[in-house]
Every structure is written in C-alpha cells, then in structure tokens.
Design a protein around this ligand. Structure first.
Ligand code: G2I
Length: 449
C-alpha cells in the first residue's frame, strides 16, 4: 500500500511537470509519446476517426465481451440485428429489440453507430423475395422508412445497399431487388433513405472492392454517376475481409483515395485479416495506415471482438484472442493509430483497461463480522461492476450497504447501486456487509460492465 501510494505520487509529479513544460512551449498535444492513447477508440479519436466493432446482442451477457467492447471501441455495428430477416421478419412487423440492446448501450457511451444493412439479397426475410415488383418497391421503401425512422438521429452512417455488385463489375443477378426492380433500385433506396433520416450518412458497402478491379470499378462508376446526377450518396464502405487467398491489395490506399476523390467519405466497415503473429499484425498496420493517410477515411470497424465469435473463427482474424487477450495485431493497430511511435503495452497490464479489482477487509468478532470491499477501476473508466465475494463455509451475510446483493452464503454477487457504478481510472468505491459466523478468509473477484 505504501509503495503504491508513493508510485502514485511520483506519477503525479511527472504529469504536473509535463503539463508545465507544455504550457511553457505552447504545445497543444503530445503526439505518439507520453500521451499515447491506451485504447483503440481513444487512439482513433485523437486522429479524428472512430474505431468500431461488430457486436452481437447475444454475447452482451458475457462480462468480458461487453467490457472489452466498451473499453476499447468508440463505435459499433450490430452484426446481424439490423438485417431484414431479424428486424422485419413479417411484413410491416418490426422487431427492434435485438438491435436496441446494442444501440442503447452505444448511445449511452456516445459511440459512433453504423447501421447494417437496409437492402441486401442475403439474410432477407422470406416474405420479401416472393413479392411482385410493385409490392417489392413499396416494401423496400416501407422497410427503409420503418428502420431508419426508428433510429432517426442515432445512426452515423447506414449501409443503405449491401453487396449489389458481382465480381465482374455487373450487378449481382441473384438479388430479388435487381431482378424485379432493375438497375434503378439502388438509386431508389438511396433517395428513400435520405428522406427517412437526412442526418445519416448514406453508404454503399461491398467486399472484394478493396483494390482496383472489375468489381470496384463497377461501384466506382455508380458512385460517379450518382454524384453527377445528384443522387444522395455520402460514403462507400470497404468490407476488407482478408486472408491468404484474398490478401490486402497493394493499391489498397490508392483505391480508398480514388473513391474519396469523388467527394464521398470512405470507411473500412468489416475488417478482419486471417492469420497470426507478426504477419497478421503487419497486415493490420497496412490497412490502418491506409485509412489514416486518407483524410476522408472517417473510421474503421473490425468484424468482431474475440476470435471465437468471428464468422470465420478458424482463421483467428481479429485483434483479441478467444480469451480476450490482446494479440500482436492489437498492438500493431494501437501503434498505428497512435502514430506508429509508441511502445507496445505490457503483456499483463495491471489490471487491463476497463477491468476492475476488488479487495476485502474483514473485521471479525467472536460470532460475527463486517466486510468492507474496495472496488478499484483499472486503466479505464468502469461503468457498472459486479463483485463476487466467496465466503467461508458457515458464514452468512445478514445485511449490507452501498451495493445490491444476491444471496447470503457461498459465492455472493454484489452489483453497484446508482451512485457508485462509475469509477474513474485508478479510483475506488467501497461497499460493505455484515454477517454471522466466520467471514475472514473471504475471496473476491470483480467484473466491469
Ligand atoms: O459474411 C460476412 C459478412 C459479409 N458482409 C456482410 C456482413 O453482414 C456479413 O456478416 C455475417 C455475420 O458476421 C454472420 O454472423 O453475415 C453472416 C450471414 O451472411 C452471419 O452469419 C449468420 C449465420 O449464417 C446464421 O446461421 C446465424 O443464424 O449469423 C446468424 C446469426 O448468428
């Protein structure tokens, strides 16, 4: 304890000295060195960009999943929850609750939310593909109005149309929208989207468009045409799913830049790169540096958080391993966002960002005890916590304060109350309990989020 407080004091002295030096030189920010951000989202924000992750509502109950998301990322794309088959499974019957579980948390943290996706031939509700042209057109516009209307003002950018092009640069023929409405359906969708939420950026999103090729040329020509005719389009999403069969193209940055030159933003929307170790890390560095070098590249989204939940988990394509450990690719991404000049974070940071620790002090008397639990945030803000106190056999809690409690023997969970859920980095809050039997020897663990 004494050592810790001395270290804290020493650190404060350094910070004060650095601030004084900054004031003296008039410098505004320290680039890349002592002030390097320690999370992906903060590092991206310092560069004027967002760094998001695809999130599944079904995993939000896993504390490490949610805490990694909310600690590391400042953006989100619901992975499946806004797709047509989920959000409008029957005609004009909208099911917003799965997506709302994600957007509610994201909005509470002021995250950048990408909406994915309004018009796509895949994960389409069964009832849609059987409609005739007239009904399909009105169903498409009704879908756009219904979904965008529900999230009006909340979404940074919508993937209005997804994956409409074939590899040869022609329109994808298996889409019922293409088949029944013809080439004009994309334009119709974008016009309806602009009317439904004028504040949202409207994107076209696709894969295998990451370098200059027949497919990206087809998309390029469409965007150029839309711009020349005043059809509303604000951004192009590059999914960027890479592996050895489909590596990061050598003209990746040049391709982003050529789209940006049309007067649209570009975004990396579903990034994942199969592989491991330094090869994977170097590929992440290349992709991030490309976005950082293109001023109209407004943000990056990785398509999942831990490898185990990736749509192609066997290729371990993400930044966190299946135990939420930070991979070499994570360090590479963070360094790139920080300007490429920072040291990698320690292997086992004490405790890692967003995490919390709990310690208990027990005051024991003959047949009773009081436990005082101190909950301390790690290197990032904690927003909500659960502490599990495991009591020795025979101990029974009879009352408590400053926490909600479930149970009174064995492993007892305590969660924050309204006034002590938010803990600033490195700060602590306390709660307590009283009981009968022997309480000393209790152990604790803490989960944030
Ligand atoms: O396929 C990878 C991505 C390509 N670009 C568009 C993205 O929307 C697409 O995402 C993936 C999701 O990551 C997967 O999670 O889209 C897949 C479907 O095309 C999603 O997979 C589906 C499974 O196929 C279903 O069996 C499952 O019920 O996810 C569903 C929900 O977990």
């Amino acid at each position: 304890m004494v050592i810790k407080s001395l270290r804290t004091t020493a650190r404060k002295v350094v910070v004060v000295a650095a601030a004084g030096a900054l004031a003296a030189t008039g410098a505004i920010a320290l680039a890349g060195t002592a002030d390097a951000a320690t999370t992906l989202g903060a590092a991206a924000a310092a560069r004027g960009k967002y760094f998001g992750a695809a999130v599944s509502a079904g995993h939000l109950g896993e504390a490490q999943y949610t805490s990694t998301w909310t600690t590391e990322f400042n953006g989100v794309t619901p992975e499946n929850e806004m797709k047509w088959d989920t959000i409008e499974p029957n005609r004009n019957q909208f099911n917003f609750s799965p997506a709302d579980q994600i957007t509610t948390q994201a909005r509470g943290r002021s995250m950048t939310i990408r909406g994915h996706t309004l018009v796509w031939h895949s994960q389409l509700a069964g009832w849609v593909s059987g409609l005739d042209a007239t009904n399909l057109r009105s169903a498409m516009v009704n879908h756009i109005n219904g979904v965008m209307g529900h999230y009006k003002g909340q979404i940074y950018a919508w993937d209005v149309v997804n994956e409409a092009f074939a590899e040869n640069g022609a329109r994808r023929s298996e889409s019922p929208f293409q088949q029944k409405l013809g080439n004009g359906y994309i334009e119709e969708a974008f016009r309806a989207a602009r009317a439904a939420d004028p504040a949202a950026k409207l994107c076209y999103n696709d894969y295998n468009t990451d370098g200059q090729n027949a497919k990206s040329n087809g998309v390029f020509a469409m965007v150029q045409d839309f711009k020349s005719r005043g059809v509303p389009i604000d951004c192009v999403g590059f999914q960027s799913h890479f592996n050895s069969a489909s590596p990061v193209p050598s003209d990746y940055q040049a391709n982003l830049a050529r789209f940006a030159s049309l007067g649209v933003d570009v975004q990396i929307t579903e990034l994942d790169i199969e592989g491991s170790g330094s090869t994977q890390a170097n590929n992440y560095t290349r992709v991030l540096n490309a976005c950082l070098a293109v001023s109209r590249c407004t943000g990056i989204t990785v398509w999942g958080i831990p490898d185990k939940y990736s749509w192609r988990a066997s290729g371990t394509p993400l930044l966190f391993d299946s135990n939420y450990g930070k991979k070499a690719a994570y360090t590479a991404a963070l360094n790139a966002l920080n300007g490429g000049t920072t040291d990698p974070p320690p292997e086992n940071p004490p405790p890692s960002g967003g995490a919390c620790t709990a310690t208990v002090t027990t005051n024991q008397w003959q047949d009773g005890f009081v436990g005082t639990v101190r909950v301390t945030a790690g290197s990032a803000q904690v927003n909500g916590w659960t502490v599990t106190v495991t009591l020795p056999t025979g101990a029974t809690i009879t009352s408590g304060w400053n926490a909600n409690r479930s149970g009174n023997i064995g492993a007892v969970n305590f969660t924050n109350v309204s006034f002590n859920g938010s803990i600033a980095p490195g700060q602590s809050v306390e709660f307590g309990y009283q009981g009968t039997g022997t309480g000393s020897g209790a152990t604790t663990s803490c989960a944030a989020g």
